[in-house]
Design a binder for this molecule. Structure first.
Ligand SMILES: Cc1ncc(COP(=O)(O)O)c(C=O)c1O
Length: 381
C-alpha cells in the first residue's frame, strides 16, 4: 500500500499497548489516564438527554454550525473573559492540538515542548514533522531561562501537567509569554486539568497575558465525561478562523446531541457542584497515594506532590531500566507507565502513576506492590 509521508510518522502509543497488559485480571493499574467512572453524573445526564431532545427537537440531531452550540460557547467565553465569537467547540481538546498543528506547522518548523510532555500532543504534531525543542522543567514547571532563540509554536501545559503534575509558577508565566512575543511564536496552552485543583486554584492562564498570541485549549472530559468528546479552543479571530476552516475539513462540527445535552447541564447549573465533587474525590485519592509513596518508596525514588490533576511523577536513579521494572511490576500485579514516551528529546528514568481511576482502597496495595517490584529489581541488577 502506498501511504503518505505523514502516515509513516504516525505511531501507536506505547500506553495503548501497555493498557492491554494492565487489563489482565489481578493487575492493579496505576497506568491509566482515564477519569473515575463513579464521577460521571449518570442521573443528571439521563435527565439532560431527555430535556435536550424534548426542547431542541430534531435540531439536536441535525447538522449544525462548526463554531458550536451557543450555550456552550457562552459558558467557555465567560470563564476566559472573551466574546463568545472567540470560542470554537471541538471534538475533545485533542482535536485542538491536531487543528493547531495543521494550521501552523510545516516540516522542520521548531516547536518548543516541555520535557516531558503529553504524549498525545506529540502524536498530534508528529505527522507535520516539526523539529522539537524540548525545554527542561522542574517542580515549578518549565524553566523560562532555558527557552530557545527560535520557535514557531510552543505547546505548553501550565496546570497540573500530564505526566508530571507540575504547576507552572505564577512568576514564570509572564516570562514565557514575553519570550513567545520576542521570538514570534504562537503558544498552544493545553489545560484539561486546571479545574481539578486540590490546594489552591492555579494562577491566571498564559492566555490572559496575551490573547492574540496564545490559543487556549480546554475540555469537558474530566469535568463531565470524556465519551462526550467535547472540548474547545479559545483564540483571537484570525487564529480561530483558521481553526474553523481546518475543522470543517476534519468533521464539519462537533457532535450536536452531546453539545445539546451539555447545554442542558450548563443551564441547570449542574457544572459548578460537579467541579467541587471532582476536586474532593481526586484530592482524597491523591492524599492516599502520597501517603503510600512516603511509606513504601520515598527512600529510593523522588516524587513531588501534585497540587491537582490526575497524575504523579516518579524519578528513579540514573541508569534504572524502567521497562524491566515494568515487567517485574506486572509480575507483582501492578502496572505503571514508564516515562520515556513522554519525552521528545533525551529521557531520564521515570514513571507516571495515576491516582484518578484506582479505587481508593486499592491505592496503598498498588504502591506496596510497586515498591516490592522495585526492591526485586534492585536485587536483580
Ligand atoms: C494533557 C492532555 N491534553 C489533551 C487531552 C485530550 O483530552 P480530550 O480530547 O478528551 O479533551 C488529554 C487527555 O488525557 C490530556 O491529558
Amino acid at each position: 500500500m502506498r501511504f503518505s509521508q505523514a502516515r509513516a510518522r504516525m505511531r501507536s502509543s506505547l500506553i495503548r499497548e501497555l493498557l492491554k497488559l494492565a487489563a489482565r485480571p489481578g493487575v492493579l493499574s496505576l497506568a491509566g489516564g482515564i477519569p473515575a467512572p463513579e464521577l460521571f453524573p449518570m442521573e443528571a445526564l439521563k435527565a439532560a438527554t431527555r430535556r435536550a431532545l424534548d426542547r431542541a427537537g430534531p435540531a439536536a440531531l441535525q447538522y449544525s454550525p462548526t463554531e458550536g452550540h451557543p450555550v456552550v460557547r457562552r459558558w467557555v467565553a465567560e470563564r476566559l473573559g472573551v466574546d463568545p465569537d472567540w470560542v470554537l467547540v471541538t471534538s475533545g481538546s485533542q482535536q485542538v492540538l491536531d487543528l493547531v498543528a495543521r494550521v501552523v506547522l510545516d516540516p522542520g518548523d521548531p516547536v518548543v515542548v516541555e520535557s516531558p510532555t503529553y504524549m498525545g500532543g506529540l502524536l498530534a504534531m508528529n505527522p507535520l514533522a516539526p523539529r522539537y525543542r524540548p525545554v527542561p522543567a522542574d517542580a515549578q514547571g518549565l524553566r523560562p531561562e532555558e527557552l530557545p532563540g527560535e520557535a514557531k509554536l510552543a505547546y505548553l501545559l501550565p496546570n497540573f501537567q500530564n505526566p508530571t503534575g507540575a504547576l507552572l509558577a505564577a512568576e514564570r508565566r509572564p516570562a514565557v509569554v514575553d519570550w513567545a512575543r520576542e521570538v514570534d511564536a504562537l503558544v498552544l496552552e493545553d489545560d484539561p486539568y486546571g479545574h481539578i485543583h486540590f490546594d489552591a486554584p492555579p494562577p491566571p492562564p498564559l492566555f490572559s497575558h496575551d490573547r492574540e498570541r496564545v490559543v487556549y485549549a480546554g475540555t469537558f472530559s474530566k469535568l463531565v465525561a470524556p465519551g462526550l468528546r467535547i472540548g474547545y479552543a479559545v483564540a483571537a479571530p484570525p487564529v480561530l478562523e483558521a481553526l474553523i476552516q481546518a475543522k470543517q475539513a476534519a468533521d464539519l462540527h462537533t457532535n450536536i446531541l452531546g453539545q445539546t445535552i451539555l447545554a442542558e447541564l450548563i443551564e441547570a447549573g449542574e457544572l459548578a457542584p460537579l467541579a467541587e465533587q471532582v476536586r474532593g474525590f481526586y484530592r482524597r485519592r491523591r492524599d492516599r497515594m502520597v501517603a503510600a509513596l512516603k511509606r513504601y518508596l520515598a527512600e529510593d525514588v523522588a516524587f513531588s506532590v501534585p497540587g491537582g490533576g490526575m497524575f504523579l511523577w516518579l524519578r528513579f536513579p540514573p541508569g534504572t531500566d524502567t521497562r524491566r521494572l515494568l515487567e517485574m511490576a506486572l509480575e507483582e500485579g501492578v502496572a505503571f507507565v514508564p516515562g520515556e514516551p513522554f519525552f521528545a528529546g533525551e529521557a531520564y528514568p521515570s514513571a507516571r502513576l495515576t491516582f484518578a481511576s484506582v479505587p481508593e482502597d486499592a491505592i496503598e496495595e498498588g504502591v506496596r506492590r510497586l515498591a516490592r517490584a522495585y526492591r526485586r529489581y534492585l536485587e536483580a541488577t
